[in-house]
Ligand binder design. Structure first.
Ligand code: 3PG
Length: 208
């Protein structure tokens, strides 16, 4: 199975993405990939999410790794995996989801926001966790505190992370990468401006 910690630590940022349609998905993901952001998370928050995962997985070179985000149950995990998602991400974790995911043998990054949730995820066999929503759940201070009591855990902080704060997270030894949507914010007309995506992605490459 894919080595999830190795994959996550291979990139400074995993763009967290939500698209209206497959054309938009392919254009934006091609742009991010060209700028060196080769691990992308497409969230299941839009009707077209599964077709976007499939279209992007088909369009990008095989070195691109497409994950599916906002997985809330087994059916979504199966559908995302079948659409071409190489790994799954969830904002949280339940015992049920943990048991279901185990049967799928699919790399999975569950979310936690507290010490007890992290301990539960650890008991369930997950050592690589999404810390979500990071900024409002204690941010860097939380990660330092949890690092001293659960030093074996590794995190992908997501939620409120920006180009201005990413480097501070990445400097922590229990952080593998960060996640965020700041690279692909929509403008006032609801569009994703590719030139802005490119500028932000190349800033990531230059500074992180
Ligand atoms: C996610 O699902 O991981 C978050 O919505 C991303 O958080 P952000 O939009 O604050 O970057």
């Amino acid at each position: 199975m894919l080595d999830l910690p190795a994959l996550l630590s291979s990139v400074p940022v995993i763009p967290v993405l939500s698209f209206r349609d497959t054309d938009e998905a392919v254009k934006v993901c091609e742009c991010l990939y060209r700028e060196g952001l080769t691990v992308l998370e497409i969230t299941l928050r839009h009707d077209s999410a599964l077709s976007c995962i499939k279209a992007v997985a088909d369009a990008l070179p095989k070195e691109a790794v497409i994950g599916a985000g906002t997985i809330l149950n087994r059916d979504q995990a199966v559908a995302a995996r079948d659409a071409g998602a190489v790994f799954g991400v969830s904002p949280g974790l339940t015992r049920q989801m943990s048991a279901d995911i185990r049967t799928l043998d699919w790399p999975f990054l569950p979310g936690i926001a507290t010490l007890s949730e992290a301990m539960t995820a650890r008991e369930e066999g997950f050592s690589c966790l999404k810390f979500f929503p990071a900024e409002i759940s204690g941010g860097i201070k939380f990660l330092k505190a949890i690092g001293s009591v659960l030093p074996d855990l590794r995190f992908c902080p997501t939620g409120g992370v920006t180009g201005a704060t990413a480097a501070n997270y990445l400097a922590l030894k229990n952080v593998l990468t960060v996640g965020g949507s700041w690279l692909t914010e929509r403008d006032a007309s609801g569009e994703i401006d590719l030139s802005i995506v490119q500028t932000k992605a190349s800033a990531v490459r230059a500074t992180l």
